[in-house]
Design a protein around this ligand. Structure first.
Ligand SMILES: C[S@@+](CC[C@H](N)C(=O)[O-])C[C@H]1O[C@@H](n2cnc3c(N)ncnc32)[C@H](O)[C@@H]1O
Length: 283
């Protein structure tokens, strides 16, 4: 049977005093499944020593996997599996040290009724811990690197977890998505992304351009404010955000203030005056 977080194997992971996720610390969410076949650790010179699973004994690998240590899995956007010996560069993805993951989850005060959005799936290990505690239905995790995301998905599936995984950048939204629930705000937004269908509402707005598959999904940021994830060739929320901010900066005028100028080169929406605040209306 494999050791898990908090169980001694090699250098033991310190067990934080948090009560969350005590169960995950005592039952198997095997870290081994999330590590792939190579890891990197920093050298005294600030470079990276790559260790391949095939180059060490099973026992050495397990000692390494279950140390309370962060293992770098990607450097400068390249998975370390493709590297050998010592390499230089900046770490871009890693398997966070389990003691810290457990501490963070405890500090976040997540309870079993919560839904969790994780930004940065990485190896999928922390998402697996959350799935173990809350159920996969409660966990959404976003990862912007496709190679990292693909591997996390495989690892989570193999471990029996099925959180909602999204590949895409979550960034802060500069406008409250609820502006789309206001007819005047929606009017401005429609004149920025006219091809988009709106689904959902409130903080969780979904804009979908069926022709291109472009998608924008907003949500509440646990740190305050809102997030948006976008994918596809049309950056729907970028366009909506810019138009809504322009409209709000002009004092959120009534629909009667709108005008439209169409030229051979393009068309633009303006407020109050053709030389007033404006934005392009996609053709
Ligand atoms: C430290 S690793 C995550 C470790 C992970 N929680 C685990 O348990 O293995 C950080 C990850 O966040 C991803 N990332 C960083 N900024 C992001 C963003 N704005 N949106 C989505 N993913 C992001 C990186 O590609 C990287 O894989």
């Amino acid at each position: 049977m494999l050791p898990c977080v908090g169980e001694p194997y090699g250098s033991p992971a310190p067990v934080p005093s948090t009560t969350w996720p005590g169960e995950a610390r005592s039952k198997a969410v095997p870290r081994k499944r999330f590590l792939g076949s190579a890891v990197a650790r920093v050298t005294e010179d600030g470079e990276w020593e790559v260790i391949h699973r095939a180059e060490v004994t099973e026992d050495e690998w397990l000692h390494l996997v279950y140390r309370d240590e962060t293992w770098v899995t990607q450097i400068d956007g390249s998975m370390v599996e493709g590297a050998h010996g010592t390499v230089s560069g900046a770490p871009t993805s890693s398997l966070t040290l389990p003691g810290l993951v457990v501490l963070m989850l405890g500090a976040a005060g997540i309870s079993d009724v919560d839904k969790v959005l994780e930004v940065g799936t990485g190896t999928g290990y922390s998402a697996a811990l959350m799935c173990h505690m809350l159920g996969s239905h409660a966990v959404t995790s976003v990862e912007y690197n496709p190679a990292v995301a693909g591997r996390a998905r495989d690892a989570l599936t193999a471990a029996g977890y099925a959180p909602t995984l999204v590949t895409g950048v979550a960034r802060g939204s500069r406008v409250d998505p609820e502006v789309l629930d206001d007819p005047a705000g929606l009017f401005a937004a429609q004149l920025a992304a006219p091809s988009a269908v709106r689904l959902g509402g409130g903080d969780e707005a979904v804009l979908w351009d069926v022709a291109t598959g472009s998608l924008a999904v907003t949500g509440l940021d646990p740190q305050g404010g809102w997030t948006v994830r976008q994918r596809g060739p049309l950056r729907l929320w970028d366009a909506v955000e810019a138009a809504v901010l322009t409209w709000q900066a002009a004092g959120s005028p009534h629909q009667s203030a709108y005008g439209l100028t169409v030229t051979r080169e393009g068309q633009y929406v303006w407020l109050g005056d053709p030389n007033g605040p404006s934005w392009d209306l996609p053709i």
